[in-house]
Design a protein around this ligand. Sequence first.
Ligand code: RTP
Ligand code: MG
Length: 138
Amino acid sequence: MSTQTQRTLVLFKPDAVRRGLVGEILSRFEAKGLSIAALELRQIDAAQADAHYAEHVERDFYPPLREFVTSGALVAAVLEGDEAVEVVRAINGATDGRKAAPGTIRGDLSLSNRENLVHGSDSPESASREIALWFPNL
Ligand code: RTP
Ligand code: MG
């Protein structure tokens, strides 16, 4: 089977920082074998939130999501490895922490559909766009 090394954009959302779960979450990605290409603590403003979530800005759930992602420091990272985009999405689990499978980050650590600790790019195309947005010098 062919393998493809990919990079993907991961956010440890403000709830992860507030709850002291950055190490716990990062250790899961590292234990899987993904490597860190970039890692940085950031505080983003509304414009950066809108650019990141461009596909969602018109949705009903977006205003509280913008409030949440700008509510405190977050950690932005680029992770790299075989099929990294899909692998990170699987490790993150389903969007709603109440429904996410045990063993996933959200399934083990979140009870919320919004404060769900992590973001992972949803396709290689999204990953390219998001990495350019967050880490233009990478
Ligand atoms: P993400 O983009 O953060 O990796 O999450 P995702 O693909 O699993 O979910 P997506 O549909 O892209 O939604 C982006 C984020 O918006 C919040 N959300 N709130 N109905 C709601 O209140 C609602 N739905 C989604 C979550 O924080 C979700 O991760
Ligand atoms: Mg998404």
